[in-house]
Design a protein around this ligand. Structure first.
Ligand code: UDP
Length: 330
């Protein structure tokens, strides 16, 4: 089932999506193909999943290449646009091989930036709210420089993404490359991996199975949850924005919830018998996350449209069909 309405596009483009078999990547490939473009998906299937894209494989405008962007790129033909969505994004996943995570960010970005330079393509980097670390201000505007630990379990991801922003800035300054940086806040929706370890997938899978819902810490930490279709529209709007848009742009839903509120919402929405179970808060877990999206509103005329209850109502059936039996976190 697609979460998108088709949209009309004037020009057929050749688009490379690195990380195209991931949760965001699969939806992006689907939407771009729906708009008539030629799409090449690169993925190493570390966290990407064939089931996210297998419905696209029969489309003659879709090409899948299994490749890890840590290594130099294979021959992939020409492209007008490059989206870099390639990196595990869930803390338990990116912490499994932190050095590989760091390399994915740095080497991967360099390989894609060099390719975009050769092709004179516009390139968009998926950065993250993690560049703000454990923020001392809320909401977080792009001008906030962050509060990030360089030596902790999240550093491989956070500092990797920060360094990639620097690379994008320098390729733009030194080589005149047309770059875009999206700072993506927590995103959820159908086709998230049930075993991803993220809070929405964990809570829905647990509540569906009637198991304890695992709240880390006391649940007073906050996150702001953006539905997948809103995020994909935001990424595409940023890619399509006039060429001056090299500055980072926050993309996320500014409505903030405590993790306790999320747990209670999921349990209530499912009418589940699950109880809350409080477990230790992971090291360096940020206490708050709420994007200031003024820049995205001004530059892209973009704002999220889907409220949490509505997005959960779309997401729950996916997990019910794909994951009720696969319990993630006991
Ligand atoms: N979290 C939780 N229970 C879980 C998984 C996550 O309470 O089963 C918390 C986690 O500690 C964090 C928040 O939910 O405070 C969001 O976690 P997630 O891994 O989804 O995203 P991130 O921390 O990268 O924002």
């Amino acid at each position: 089932m697609s979460v998108f309405a088709p949209s009309f596009q004037l020009k057929r483009r050749r688009i490379l999506v690195a990380g195209g078999a991931g949760f965001l990547g699969g939806h992006l490939c689907e939407k771009l193909l729906g708009d008539g473009h030629l799409v090449t998906c690169l993925d190493n299937f570390q966290t990407g999943r064939l089931e996210n894209i297998e419905h696209l494989l029969c489309n003659p405008r879709f090409t899948l290449i299994r490749h890890d962007i840590v290594n130099p790129l294979p021959g992939i033909g020409d492209a007008d646009q490059v989206y870099n969505l390639a990196c595990a994004a869930s803390p338990p996943k990116y912490q499994q091989d932190p050095i590989h995570t760091f390399k994915t960010n740095i080497f991967g970005a360099i390989h894609l930036l060099e390719y975009a330079k050769e092709q004179n393509a516009t390139i968009l980097q998926s950065s993250t709210s993690e560049v703000y670390g454990d923020p001392k201000i809320s909401p977080q505007p792009e001008t906030y420089l962050g509060n990030v630990n360089t030596v902790g379990p999240r550093s491989c991801y956070d500092e990797g993404k920060r360094a990639v922003e620097t690379l994008f800035y320098e390729y733009r300054t030194q080589h005149g490359l047309n770059t875009r940086i999206a700072r993506i806040f927590n995103t959820y929706g159908p086709r998230m991996s049930p075993s991803d370890g993220r809070v929405v997938s964990n809570f829905v899978v647990q509540a569906l199975a009637g198991k304890d819902v695992t709240v880390y810490g006391d649940g007073s930490q906050t996150r702001s949850f953006c539905y997948i279709s809103d995020m994909i529209e935001g990424l595409m709007a940023l890619m399509a924005a006039p060429s001056g848009q090299g500055q980072p742009v926050n993309l996320g839903n500014p409505t903030e919830f405590t993790i306790l509120e999320l747990a209670q919402t999921v349990i209530a929405q499912l009418n589940s018998t699950s109880k809350l179970k409080f477990v230790a808060l992971p090291v360096d877990d940020p206490m708050q996350r709420k994007p200031d999206i003024s820049r995205a509103r001004d530059l892209l005329e973009w704002a999220p449209q889907v409220a949490l209850a509505e997005g959960l109502a779309e997401t729950i059936p996916y997990f019910a069909a794909h994951a009720a039996h696969k319990l993630v976190a006991e």
